[in-house]
Design a binder for this molecule. Structure first.
Ligand SMILES: Cc1cc2nc3c(=O)[nH]c(=O)nc-3n(C[C@H](O)[C@H](O)[C@H](O)COP(=O)(O)OP(=O)(O)OC[C@H]3O[C@@H](n4cnc5c(N)ncnc54)[C@H](O)[C@@H]3O)c2cc1C
Length: 318
């Protein structure tokens, strides 16, 4: 087990944590970014699967994102010129997706700042000159700690050491979301590539294979509405896939077709009702801060705005 002495430890390498780390890199500070995930994505994850001998991918979290904030729009243009995002007009005039997978911009940012994956912060402990971030492997001794993880998880980590920030995180309430990934041998008889109906059991469905830079078999991602997700919350995932696929066929009036691939994933914390106030918080005295979509808006863009705001605050108050 190692013990590293650094200026900043960023916990969480989703859009918020990486936007923060990207803005901080180049400021001459030593930084460690850690994430419990096996690879880049967070809630912008892409899952690969082999279907009939062919590798396909499913964006089972965020489906697309908008870029209305001018600074975020500039970042998105830069990603577009790197080829890691592209417009997807099917979801809206100003909609973008990662290419070839939703996690591509996350992957690109993670490569630039360096991320230690499979590294879960289990506790943050006060030390004389800063903070010790405990993980199952290495511990990190940092002058400042920035926590960029979903509100409920942030609350748990912060409560023993930063009760004011924990209280802010406790103000956000996230909805669960069951996501279904379905592959078919033939295209479904559905004209539109994206389907949205907030009142339906399946409130979003997209032909994943029709997004830019995807290829291969007919693949769909279905998202259950918050109320349907809560109804099915504790069912095994093997049962949830067929139920939601049936819901989808009924809603769209499509003749049911047997999928050749069917998987489900439960997001316990998908989109948060955000808390009011500033888009990021930094406790200057104790040198600990928080960022995440729950501090701005429950979207990719909101996470980027929050992460960038945290970095700006830290640099301004250094
Ligand atoms: C089903 C679903 C659909 C969505 N649809 C859309 C959409 O269409 N458009 C849109 O704009 N947004 C959408 N969103 C929301 C969007 O994905 C999020 O707002 C955004 O990705 C949040 O980024 P974040 O960095 O705040 O959090 P996350 O992406 O959750 O990143 C947090 C990271 O922290 C890591 N982590 C957590 N705990 C620890 C720990 N203890 N130690 C180390 N690492 C830890 C996680 O592994 C994760 O990588 C959707 C989300 C979901 C789940």
């Amino acid at each position: 087990m190692g013990y590293f002495d650094i200026d900043i430890c960023v916990i969480g390498a989703g859009m918020a944590g990486l936007a923060c780390a990207t803005r901080l890199s180049g400021a001459g500070l030593t930084m460690k970014v850690i994430d419990k995930g096996r690879g880049p994505g967070g809630r912008m994850s892409t899952r690969r699967a082999e279907i009939a001998g062919e590798m396909v991918s499913f964006d089972h979290g965020a489906q697309y994102f908008t870029a209305r904030n001018p600074d975020f729009a500039t970042a998105v243009k830069a990603w577009q010129s790197q080829g890691v995002v592209a417009p997807w007009p099917e979801a809206g005039e100003d909609a973008y997706v990662g290419t070839p997978g939703m996690n591509s911009p996350i992957k690109a940012m993670a490569q630039n700042v360096g991320v230690q994956w499979n590294c879960r912060a289990s506790a943050i402990v006060r030390e004389r000159n800063g903070w010790r971030v405990e993980t199952e492997g290495d511990d990190f001794l940092a002058k400042s700690v920035l926590v960029a993880i979903p509100a409920e998880q942030a609350h748990e980590l912060l409560e023993p050491v930063a009760p004011d920030l924990a209280k802010v995180a406790a103000g956000a309430r996230s909805e669960p979301c069951w996501a279904v990934m379905a592959g078919f041998s033939q295209p479904l008889d559905i004209e539109s590539d994206a389907f949205r109906d907030a009142d339906a059991r399946v409130s979003w469905a997209a032909r994943n294979s029709a997004k830019p830079s995807r290829s291969g078999k007919e693949c769909w991602v279905l998202h259950a509405s918050p109320s349907r997700s809560r109804e099915l919350l504790d069912l095994p995932k093997e049962e949830v896939g067929p139920i939601l696929l049936q819901d989808f066929f009924e809603q769209t009036g499509t003749t049911p077709v047997d999928p050749i691939h069917l998987a489900a994933h439960r997001w316990l914390y998908s989109m948060a009702e955000p808390v009011d106030g500033e888009p990021a918080r930094f406790d200057r005295t104790n040198r600990i801060g928080i960022a995440g979509d729950y501090l701005h808006s429950p979207r990719v863009e909101g996470a980027w705005i929050s992460g960038t705001a945290l970095a700006e605050k830290m640099l301004a108050e250094a």
